[in-house]
Design a protein around this ligand. Sequence first.
Ligand code: ADP
Ligand code: MG
Length: 605
Amino acid sequence: MHNLIKMLPDAIANQIAAGEVVQRPASVVKELMENSIDAGASFVQLIVKEAGKVSIQVIDDGKGMSPQDALMSFERHATSKISKAEDLFAIRTMGFRGEALASIASVAQVELKTRREEDELSTLIRMEASVLKANEQVAAPKGTSILVKNLFYNIPARRNFLKSNPVEMRHILDEFQRIALANPEIKFSLIQNEQETYSLPVEKLGKRIVDLFGKSYREQLAACEENTNYVSIKGYVGRPEYAKKTRGEQFFFVNNRFIKSSYLHHAVMSAYERLVPDGTFPFYVLFLTLDPSHIDINVHPTKTEIKFDDERSIYAILQAAIRKTLSLNHLIPSLDFDANVNFRNPSGAISSIPSFSGTNSPRPVQDAWRKLYEGLNDNIEAFERGNVADPSANLFSEPATTIQSKANTWTAESSSHTNFQVMQILNKFLVVTLSGGMLLIDQKKAYQRILFDQFSENLVKKNGVSQQLLFPQILRINPADAVLVEEILGDITDLGFGLTKDAEENYWIQGVPAGIGEEDGQNLLEGILEQVKNEASDLGQNHAEKIARILANRAAIRYQTKKLIAEEMSALVEQLFASTNPSYSPNGEIISRSLNEAEIGQLIG
Ligand code: ADP
Ligand code: MG
C-alpha cells in the first residue's frame, strides 16, 4: 500500500488560502491599505484601474521593510505583528495572520517596492503566481508601494466570476470609506482610472464623514460618547428624519477595525425605535474601544466578524449611549416650556437652543414627533389639514427653550432656574403650564421612567450606590429559586443590592440601592425574583433591562399617591424631560398628555 497523504505545494496551499482572503479586488484593497495603516503611514494612496481588474496599487509613506523582510512578507503565515499565541488576545494591529501578501501573490502579478528610512536603496520584488521573478535594489522613496496586476489571471474561473466594473468598484469604495473613516488622522487619496476622486486631508472624524459622504451630512450628525470601564463608545449618529431605506451607511468599528454585527445594529435600532419608520436605517459611525482581551477577531479570515466576551453589556451600553445622544440633541422630542425658561445643561452653560418645532422645521421631524405622540396629540395633523388657522395657536410651533440637563446631573441648585409653574392634584398628577397650554403628568409613571433610566445606568456602569441596612434582612425564598438568585446576582449587585450567604445557604440583604427605602428591600427582591421567574422564557438579551424595569416599577409604587413638595415637583418635571424618553414609561405607557388652547376650549365646550 502506498501512503496517500502528501503535503500540498506552497503555491497551491496559498491559492486555497487566497480563496478565503481574496474574494475580489476590494479584498486586495482592504489588505494592502490595512498593511499601510499598520506600517504607521501618514499618507496612503490607492490607485485602481478598471475597478481593480487591471491593477490595484497602494502607496504609503510608512516604515517600509528591510530587503530580508520584503522577501519574507510573501511567505504564508509570515507576519511581524504577532509571535506567540497569547498575542492573539492583545491584537492592536489590523493584520496578524500573515496570509494576505502570500495569498495575493498566488493569484496575481505583484510588484513590491519598499524602503526603510535608514536604507539607501529600496527593494523591488516581483512575484507571479507565488513564483519569485525579480529581487533587485532600486531607487525609490521611503515607504512601500505594492502593485497588484491582473488579479486571478491564473484562475480563469475566479476571474470570470468577478462582477461588472461598477459593482466591483462599489466594493472597493466600501473598503476605502471604512478605512478612511477609521483613520481621519491619516491623509488619503483615491485615483480611479487616472482621476483623483477622493483627496482627504488630515481632519477630525466629523469633517471626514462630511468629506466622504457629502455636505448634506453636516446637519444630520449628532455626536455620541459614552465611557464605561468595559467599553468606550465614540462617534456620530444621524438624525432620525434622514434615515434611508437602503443600508450601507452604518459603520461599527471595534478597536478601529470595521466589523459587521447584526447584534450591535439591533442595539442601535432599538434606541431609534418609534423615531424612524420601519424598514429605514439611520446613519451611524460608531467606534467601540475595549481591552483586546475581551474580544476575539480571529473568527473569520476577513476579520469583519467579532466575538465579545460580554455581548449583553455591550448591547446595553450601546443602546443607552444612543438614546442619550438622541435625547440630548432633542431628537427625541422634548416639550417647550415658557420661552424665558433657562436651564443649565450638564456643562453648566445656560442653554437656549430653539426646539425643532419652529414653523420652518422639516416635515420629517414632525413625523417623528407625531409618531412619539401618536394618539396623544393631533395638533400637527390638524394643522396640516388646515384645521388650525393660526400656526402660533399650535402649542408646539413657537421657538422656545428646551430642557437640556441630564437626569443624573440634576441638583437642587438648578431648580432655582425653573420658572415654569407646576402643581399637584389628587396627590397623583402634576399640572405644568406651557407657553401655549398645559401638560398633565402621571407622577408614578414619570418616576418609573426616571428610576428606570437611573437603574439602567447603574447596571451599565456597574456603580449602583448601596445603602447599608442597620439590621440585615433575611431573604425568604423557595430553595428552588436559589439558582435564579445566583443568575441575577451580578445585576442586582450592580444595582446596589448587597447580598451575602450564610453557612445554611440563606441569603441576607445587607444593603439596598440608595433611594429605595430600607423597608422595601425584601419586598423588592421578592418582586424581582417573581417577575424574573415569570418572564424567564424571554429573558434573553435584555435581562438587565428587565431587572431595571421591574425594580423601577416596584420602587415607583410608593409615588402612586404621594404628596410632593414644590421642589420635588419641579425636580420631577425636569428629570422627566431630561430622561431618555419623556413620553413613554419603560412599560410603554403614556406618561403625560398635553392640552393646547383649542383643546382646553373644547373640553369646556
Ligand atoms: P499581516 O498583515 O497579517 O502581518 P501580510 O501578509 O498582510 O500579513 O503582511 C506580511 C508582513 O509584511 C507584515 O507583517 C509586515 O511586516 C509586512 N508588510 C506588509 N505590507 C507592508 C507595508 N505597507 N509596509 C511595511 N510592512 C509591510
Ligand atoms: Mg496584512
